[in-house]
Design a protein around this ligand. Structure first.
Ligand code: NAP
Length: 490
């Protein structure tokens, strides 16, 4: 039974769903077990959702499998119309959806609003891309034959999503899957299930048939094991840590599924002597402190050229120290809480490690006086390669700053990581911009700009940061099979 709402006074209360969605029905876990969803700013319980496992997941996969033939055969115009409705209903609910996200995830409300708008934009983009998912007629090298390719939805897609962008990471998966004609089983992050469960409610409202969108919350290990081993799942799309991504790749090999992986990052942010320093500082603040530093494309390492190093450290740190740390729904909040106590402990340990290895604490460095999961926006100068912050994804509001001398040095240092998701550079030298484009081993390169993500671009990492692209015309490709047909005897 749907538990009573604890936030009946909140504008998002009518959107809260506290059950799994399987085959068009909202249902509890078989065992009736639940777990709490809490507000990281206050610790308050917002909702309880099912603690499900393999059996519920199997039923969700069966439902998606049964719904697939009819949904795949739905005329494209009807499918696109459903997608357009979904786009509109997200925009119509933007305010409460954003408030709900801030309540369960902690990010400032303005960031949550931008994320919901971005989710809607991805849905619309893929609705439009579905109309262009065409095949080809291939010129035949021999007489009497016609050679053609046609494209078809891959089948049941399982989508596993993280807590840091609980809506837009799902939009990039659900958007292309639904547009291509696939049916879906979603396993959202346990910290932020509400922003995923609501998609089930919105999809129902738009008229997507039962079984097309299924959502199961609960044990990651049990749900994941069912998804990876079940032959009815033809594709897994995962956004999360590299560690879990590798595990899923290994587990799914037994049933040879399509795999898309959006994994961890270790983004360098390079500022050259010739850069517009003010613009670089503006960019660094966003690239480092957005979502309290809990972003896969967040700056992990700031490399500043020696000629402007001292000026940059001083001016950047002053701006960092002035950031407003507050619950995401408070006016003017710029940095919310961290997601959980483990994240806070990790940042504390990283600060201690960096200081023990010779780093200079310029600002912050400790839990915030607000208490709970708030941490001070932190800058550590004189960072060195032997520090944990150099090799590990920080995922928090800690900016380590490294000094560099030459372009070759910084490119080598920036590329010296197994990750290859995003990198940033500030320079006015046009020739250098093109050298960076060639030499940086990253899937996303921002030069004099940090807000580089939009539906039109192919988002995805190189090296151990992932497989495949989300967004752009490439984003729907992974949800389509290409069949080749040869008609002979003509
Ligand atoms: P995570 O621990 O890897 O979890 C991601 C998702 O996988 C969650 O839904 C989690 O469920 C689930 N999961 C955990 N163990 C699993 C298992 N054994 N089988 C199946 N699913 C399992 O990552 P996170 O902490 O949520 O997210 C942060 C990470 O995501 C960072 O590394 C970040 O860089 C990465 N990320 C990458 C991108 C990108 O586009 N490249 C975007 C955003 C985030 P539970 O929540 O129930 O554990």
């Amino acid at each position: 039974m749907n538990a009573p709402l604890r936030h009946a006074d909140k504008n998002f209360a009518p959107l809260i769903r506290q059950q799994n969605l399987i085959d068009g029905r909202w249902v509890d876990a078989d065992s009736s077990a639940t777990f709490d969803v809490t507000d990281p700013a206050t610790g308050e319980v917002i909702a309880t959702v099912p603690n499900s496992g393999a059996a519920e997941t199997r039923r969700a996969i069966d439902a998606a499998h049964a719904a697939f033939p009819a949904y795949a055969a739905m005329p494209l115009g009807e499918r696109v119309a459903l997608m357009r409705k979904l786009h509109q209903v997200i925009l119509d609910n933007l305010e409460p959806l954003a408030a709900m996200m801030t309540a369960e995830q902690g990010k400032p409300l303005a960031e949550a609003q931008a994320e919901v708008a971005s989710s809607a934009a991805y849905v619309l983009w893929f609705a439009e891309e579905a109309r262009r998912a065409d095949g080809a007629v291939i010129p035949s090298p021999v007489a009497g034959r016609k050679l053609m390719t046609t494209r078809h939805p891959v089948g049941v897609v399982a989508a596993i999503t993280p807590w840091n962008f609980p809506s837009s990471m799902l939009a990039r998966k659900l958007g292309p899957a639904l547009a291509a004609g696939c049916t879906v089983v979603i396993k959202p992050a346990s910290a932020t299930p509400l922003s995923a469960l609501v998609w089930g409610h919105l999809a129902e409202q738009c008229g997507f048939p039962p079984g097309v969108v299924n959502i199961v919350t609960g044990s990651a290990r049990a749900i994941g094991a069912e998804i990876t081993s079940n032959p009815k799942v033809r594709k897994i799309t995962f956004t999360g840590s590299t560690e879990i991504g590798k595990q899923l790749l290994a587990e799914a090999s037994g049933t040879v599924k399509r795999m898309s992986m959006e994994l961890g990052g270790n983004a360098p942010f390079m500022v050259f002597d010739d850069a517009d320093i003010e613009a670089a500082i503006d960019g660094a603040l966003i690239a480092k402190f957005r979502n309290a530093g809990q972003t896969c494309i967040c700056t992990n390492r700031l490399f500043i050229q020696s000629g402007i190093y001292d000026r940059f450290v001083e001016a950047f740190s002053a701006r960092v120290a002035a950031l407003k740390v507050a619950p995401g729904n408070e006016d003017g909040a710029e940095q919310g809480p961290l997601v959980d106590a483990q994240a806070l402990t990790k940042i504390e340990a990283m600060v201690a490690d960096a200081l023990a290895k010779g780093g200079t604490l310029v600002t912050g460095g400790a839990a915030h006086e607000r208490g709970g999961l708030f941490f001070q926006p932190t800058v550590i100068a004189d960072a060195t390669p032997d520090m944990r912050v150099t090799t590990e994804e920080i995922f928090g509001p800690l900016a380590p700053i490294y000094r560099f001398e030459t372009e070759d040095d910084v490119i080598a240092a920036a590329n010296d990581t197994e990750f290859g998701l995003a990198c940033y550079a500030y320079t006015k030298d046009m020739a250098r911009m093109f050298r960076l484009q060639d030499k940086m081993e990253y899937g996303l390169i921002g030069i004099n700009e940090v807000l580089i993500v939009m539906p039109e671009i192919p988002f995805g990492g190189l090296k151990e940061s992932g497989l495949g692209k989300e967004g752009s015309w490439q984003g729907i490709d992974d949800y389509l099979e290409t069949k080749y047909t040869c008609i002979g005897g003509l």
